[in-house]
Design a protein around this ligand. Sequence first.
Ligand code: NDP
Length: 309
Amino acid sequence: MSAKIIDGRACASSIREEVADHVVRLKVGQAITPGLAVVLVGEDPASEVYVRNKSRQTVEVGMNSFEHKLPAETSEGELVALIGQLNTDPAVHGILVQLPLPDHFDSDFVIGAIDPTKDVDGFHVSNVGLLWTGQKALVPCTPLGCLILLRYQLGDLSGLNAVVVGRSNIVGKPMAQLLLADNCTVTLAHSRTRDLAAVCRSAEILVVAVGRPQMIPGDWVRPGATVIDVGINRIVAPNGVGKPRLVGDVNFPSAFEIAGAITPVPGGVGPMTIACLLANTVTACCRVNGLPEPEGLTACRPERRVARG
Ligand code: NDP
């Protein structure tokens, strides 16, 4: 039997609608317009596309978008000074520094300069620590999007065996923490994991974020498992002819025959990332103004789901 396709585009669209509704309430009721500042350093073409998409969607949901494009030769001091200005600007509720930064930057230092209450990417160590201790954090957008898709597909995740392949700070580690907070039994696998195939086959939930095109074949997937493919890889046809196409880290055609449900690439996790960024900006805006957070959006926050005792 083939898998159900988890439609990330549809889910992201309903999140954006909810964000837009809340933005209207903030504008009309409080005279506040949430604002997102995106900082891009250098001319990486992929980053330019991401930043353009983020800015466009920010405006589409009624928020203010502040784009800051800096030349690749910008010094770390200049970038941190800009972040300092954005930290104190009351019109800016979220700050995102597009990664990767050019090589001469220390990304951890730069991210550390962002006010944690405006850190809508959730990469600041304060937010990382809050997330790991089950407190109110701003949660990294891609894993948050994956969690929402999993809850949408499976409902309560309690007790399920979850395997996350990939342990990066931006995807794998926070993903594992979110699943743990949702009471899954979590294995975090990586390049040194022994018998990765067997580890993957144990997963009722399999989240893959390795950045290797189609690395996970269908016979590593447990029958009926829910598979979330975070990977975005651009590949060209073997003969080099035709346009490059996007594939995930999972071999979709073979996994589709075995899994119970699976995200496609494109159209799965990708659209969720920007939708969650917009949701995080509204959340940050509400928190800083002491206003109630949007109910539908906060319902999926991890601190609401940690069962104690
Ligand atoms: P990183 O390169 O930072 O991390 C990759 C992880 O995969 C590492 O932990 C690495 O292990 C692990 N890994 C690499 N090779 C293997 C292997 N053969 N077996 C097991 N584990 C392996 O990548 P990111 O987390 O930043 O991104 C992962 C993918 O997700 C990429 O395709 C990226 O484009 C995509 N992505 C998509 C987003 C979206 O919006 N949909 C957002 C962010 C990323 P080790 O630590 O041992 O080296």
